[in-house]
Write a protein that binds this ligand. Sequence first.
Ligand SMILES: NC(=O)c1ccc[n+]([C@@H]2O[C@H](COP(=O)([O-])OP(=O)(O)OC[C@H]3O[C@@H](n4cnc5c(N)ncnc54)[C@H](O)[C@@H]3O)[C@@H](O)[C@H]2O)c1
Length: 375
Amino acid sequence: MQTIMSKIDKIRLGVVGLGRGLSSVLDIIIDEDVELVAICDKNPEMVEKARVQLKKDFGIEGLLEYLDFDEFLTADTNTVVIATDAVMHVPFVTRAMEAGKNVISEIPAVNSLEEAKALKKAVASHPDLKYMCGENDCFLGYIEAWKAMYEAGKFGDIVYAEAEYLHTTDYREYKAENYNDGHWRTYNPAIKYCTHDLGPLLYVMNDRPVSVTCMVPDVHYNPYKKDSYVENAVMLVKTAKGAVIRIWICFGAYVGYTHNYAMYGTRGMIEVDKSAERTEAHCKARFSDMPGSIHGKKIDIPITVSSFQDGKGKSHLGIDRKMMRAFFESIKNDTKPPIDVDLGIRMALAGIYAHESYLQGGAALDIPDPEDFEL
Ligand SMILES: NC(=O)c1ccc[n+]([C@@H]2O[C@H](COP(=O)([O-])OP(=O)(O)OC[C@H]3O[C@@H](n4cnc5c(N)ncnc54)[C@H](O)[C@@H]3O)[C@@H](O)[C@H]2O)c1
C-alpha cells in the first residue's frame, strides 16, 4: 500500500518556538526541497525578530505568522518543528499530528510517564505520519562513527559507558522577571536534560535503560538560582543488555562548556579526548583486533564532532543540518526516523526517573519501557 508519506517531495515547513526553533532550521531552508511556510511564537517580539532575521539573512519575506498554535496548524504545512519550552512538547506534538503534520520535537521528548504514554499513543495513531525526537547529538561525527564500529563488533559487548554535559550557567541572565515568569531553565532539574548525553550512547549501543539511581551534590554554585533548582546530578543507569552507564549533568560548577563520551567493551574501548578543545577533539581507542593496542598509547582516531557533513551546516557545528536532513529523508522515503518515538522516550524517561530517585534518597528505580505501554 502506498502511503501518503511516499508522495511528499517538498517539505512545507512550520516552526513553533522561535528561539531554538528558528536556529535549528536556518541551515536547511536553503535546500530546494524545503520551503519555510509558517512561523509561530506566543511572544510577538520573537516573531518580529524572526521576520527581520529571515529577511536580512535569507531574503525570505511574506511568511505566515502566528501567535496562536492552533491557528498555526491551519497553515498549509506538512511538517512542523516543535521547539517550545523544554517542559512542554507533548501537548503540541499531539495536536500537530491530529492536524496531519509530520513532527520533529525538541528534547526532552517527554516530561512524565503520562506524557510518554500520550506521545507513544499519538504516534501509533498516525502511522501515515513521521515523528522524530530532535536529539541532535546523535548526529555528532564521532557518535555516527562509534555506531558503525559498534555494529561491526569492534567493541564487543559494552560493559560500561559514560557521558557528561558540562555547562557553566550564569543565572544572572535570567532576571527576576524571568524567574517570576518561570523560565524552564530556572526550575527544570538538570538531570531531566540528560538526553544529549544518554541519548547518543543508547543510540550507539542500541540499548534501553531498565533501572536508575541518582545522587546530587550538596555544594551549590549558582547564587542566583531558585532554592529548589537542582543544578547538578549524577545518575547510574543499568541497561537491558547489562551495561552500566554513568551520566553527569553539570550546570553548576566552574567547568566551561562541553559534552564528553566514552565506552568500554569486551573487545575494545573508545573515548573522546578530554584534553582537546571540543571542536577539535579526536577519539582515542584500544581494539583487541589490533595487536599491541592494549598497552601504551591509545590509537588516535581523527574523527571530530563535525565529521561526515556536506559543509552547508553551521548551527551546532553542522549537526542540526544533518539531523533535519535525516528526518526529511525519512519523510520523503517513508522510512523509520533514526531517533524514533521509543528512543526519544527512553532517553527522557531515564532522567525523569533519575530525578525521582534523587528525591527518594538515591533509591534504585525501574524505568518503564515504551514497548510495554498499553495504549
Ligand atoms: N538540541 C539542542 O541543541 C537545543 C538547544 C537549545 C534548546 N533546545 C531545546 O529547544 C527547546 C526551546 O529552547 P529555547 O532555549 O529556545 O527555549 P525558550 O524558552 O527560550 O523558547 C521557547 C519559545 O517557545 C515559545 N512558546 C512557548 N509556548 C508557546 C505557545 N503556546 N505558542 C507559541 N509559542 C510558545 C516561547 O514564547 C519561546 O519563545 C527546548 O525544548 C530546549 O530543550 C535544544
